[in-house]
Design a protein around this ligand. Sequence first.
Ligand code: XMP
Length: 319
Amino acid sequence: TWKLDDFANAAIETIRAQVGDKRVICGLSGGVDSSVVAALLYKAIGPQLSCILVDNGLLRKNEQQLVINEFSSHFKTDLRVVNAENQFLADLAGIDEPQEKRRRIGHAFIECFKAEAEKIEDAHFLAQGTLYPDVIESGADKDGPAATIKLHHNVGGLPEELGFELIEPLRDLFKDEVRRLGLELGLPEQLVWRHPFPGPGLAVRCLGEVTRDKLVVLREADAIVVDEIEKAGLYRDTSQAFAVLLPVQSVGVMGDARTYDNAVAVRCVNTDDFMTADWSHLPYDLLAQISTRIINEVKGVNRVCYDISSKPPATIEWE
Ligand code: XMP
């Protein structure tokens, strides 16, 4: 059995030998895998690393700031934040079909990333947070049925398109090992234990057409879901917990007045592999608290539902 500090030291040596004096680009998403890759590279080659965060306007509340705090303030990496909200929202205007939304987000991401990467003239390598299960999966069922259910747009295709040499320092690791390595490298627990978040972000949780106004509502509701789950001490016991903004208005009453406002669904699941999942059997008191807070604090929402569908036949995300 090998130890992780041995792994970190060995990985750092391997990276230094492979990279030499060349520059490495690393895309950051706010997720665990890309964060661990960036932290590892920073330890290995420091100033030869440039990180890019494309803020597509579809991130969760305070997510951009979390990445900046970690990689610009704590680790002093050369972090370039691309504020591309306007471009993504323009590309999504009028589009309500889920696959088309994913396709457009994927395209816009590659465009933005490429434009930023081209500004880094001496870049030679592109680092990716590919894990061992990704390596197996891409060989086994790349074009299998799962690929056709939802278009996943994680940076596959980017290195070839940009002409970079690929560097994948996590490709021998499982997720739990990546988390331990992240802690070893000094990343905060909050980041290392974060629930997975899909590449297309809040767009696949904002059903139908995505607009700035809807995203504001969804982002606030989502932050309340996560906050209450954390306060209840259940964040690590759930695999994912988030809000979905439904394209539905319903009648309510506030004081003496009739309201006609949005409905939010709360989705919490438990899963080992994300291929199958059960809805989380959360305590009623917690559900009540989530509902009360969303309805009281989020303007434009008068109804909260809890999603009690397992996967299959439902998927974890709604789009
Ligand atoms: P579904 O909705 O297919 O999701 O049950 C399974 C897991 O994958 C995540 N997911 C994505 N992750 N890019 C990603 O990186 C994507 O396009 C994407 N779509 C879904 C989802 O959050 C869940 O963890």
